[in-house]
Design a protein around this ligand. Structure first.
Ligand code: HEC
Ligand code: HEC
Length: 294
């Protein structure tokens, strides 16, 4: 009898400890999620004309929103446990400032830090482009194909969420707002060669997603994408082919860059490809010069 009581007591104490631990992890991470200060409210007007909406549509294509938010931007499951929201639906309930805050600052509409939304990639996006993107999302029909919140199995989502919280409790944290300022500010916007200025803007709001904060394979996390100093080996025709067909100068099949180019970069205009080429070759020339002894 005594043994049974003792066992029940120990078991109860263990359960209480586990609950206490989980509760503490939740409370500490919840406070942490909300500890990033919100940006000042985005007040740029949202255009309604067709040209701006079409421009926003191309931004969504070239910046890869579809890759994570789904073929109709309706939200989907990434990596088995991360749920992306339905963007056209959210655009109808949340004000533009909430969208800008998520896109450029990594803070969601509920004021909590985002984790897997790559805002470090969009932090240099212009007010005008952010407004065009929002205009496009507002004009995009809401797809009911996959209602947000219902996709990932509950257990998987909860587990994914708890792993992030556990990391925070351990003092390691991947909140998106922490990465925003790792990339350099744009440096070529006053370059007299306007192609270089425009190309820098395009590269630093798209290629920087995978090729490094300053396109030099300089990330605090592992990535297979090379330092874009390799652009010194590309002539304009070869680069155009890489953007349009996903095939590099070597002719090899690129497992990641190939599909990314065919899905996203085919939507660049000819002028945008020429601008990117001008900037990237100039950047790699400057990088090679800086690294050579004299
Ligand atoms: C690498 C994947 C990825 C890409 C690319 C991506 N997103 Fe997201 N996005 C996410 C994930 C995951 C979330 C949800 C939560 C999080 O970040 O932890 C999210 C959340 C959001 C939110 C909502 C935040 C909120 O709760 O208020 C908005 C708005 C958003 N994304 C817009 C965009 C737009 C616009 C683009 C393209 C310019 C884009 N996303 C590209 C993964 C991505
Ligand atoms: C979603 C990630 C991603 C994005 C975005 C991306 N790349 Fe890549 N890129 C890669 C990866 C990964 C490789 C290495 C080859 C592979 O695994 O496909 C690569 C390879 C390359 C190469 C080398 C090809 C060769 O000759 O072997 C060049 C040049 C390149 N990318 C240019 C760009 C440019 C320019 C942009 C922006 C317009 C860009 N990439 C955007 C992931 C990306």
């Amino acid at each position: 009898m005594l043994i049974l009581r003792w066992l029940a007591f120990t078991l109860g104490a263990l359960v209480l400890c586990a609950l206490g631990f989980v509760g503490w992890v939740y409370a500490a991470s919840e406070a942490h999620f909300r500890s990033f200060s919100a940006p000042s409210a985005f007040t740029h007007p949202i255009p309604e004309n067709e040209a701006s909406i079409a421009h926003g549509a191309r931004l969504a294509l070239t910046r890869g929103c579809y890759g994570c938010h789904g073929a109709a931007l309706q939200g989907e499951v990434m990596w088995g446990n991360v749920q992306t929201p339905n963007l056209p639906a959210l655009a109808r309930t949340e004000p533009p400032a909430a969208f800008e805050s998520a896109i450029r600052h990594g803070i969601g509409h509920d004021g909590r830090a985002l984790y897997s939304m790559p805002s470090y990639n969009f932090v240099r996006m212009s007010d005008q482009d952010v407004a065009a993107l929002i205009a496009f999302l507002r004009a995009t029909p809401v797809s009911n194909e996959a209602p947000p919140g219902d996709l990932a199995p509950w257990f998987e989502r909860t587990r994914g969420d708890f792993m992030i919280r556990l990391e925070i409790a351990k003092g390691a944290d991947g909140a998106m707002p922490r990465f925003l300022n790792l990339g350099p500010p744009l440096s070529q916007q006053d370059n007299p060669d306007q192609r270089i200025a425009r190309g820098e803007y395009l590269a630093m709001t798209s290629c920087n997603e995978c090729h490094g904060m300053s396109l030099r394979a300089d990330y605090p996390w592992p990535s297979n994408a090379p330092d874009l100093i390799v652009m010194s080996a590309y002539n304009q025709d070869a680069f155009t082919r890489l953007m349009r067909e996903g095939v590099p100068s070597s002719g090899a099949e690129l497992p990641m860059m190939g599909p990314v180019a065919r899905g996203r970069f085919v939507h660049w205009t000819d002028e945008e490809i020429a601008d990117l080429y001008a900037y990237l070759t100039d950047m790699s020339r400057r990088a090679v010069e800086a690294e050579s002894p004299d």
